[in-house]
Design a binder for this molecule. Structure first.
Ligand code: ZN
Length: 53
């Protein structure tokens, strides 16, 4: 049972890591206003916050 739980946890963690990588490569989310925009511009198109490269 413990092994099963660990496998489940590892699967969730791996998915979370992939989500972060995917977000970083394709999409950015402004930490200030939550607007999502394609990676490329380093400023939020909504509130102009500098996100950084
Ligand atoms: Zn913003």
């Amino acid at each position: 049972m413990q092994t099963q739980w660990e496998e489940q946890f590892e699967g969730d963690a791996r998915r979370a890591v992939q989500a972060v990588i995917d977000l970083d490569s394709n999409e950015r989310e402004c930490p200030a206003c939550g607007t999502r925009f394609a990676a490329g511009p380093t400023k939020c198109p909504s509130c102009k916050l500098f996100i950084g490269g």
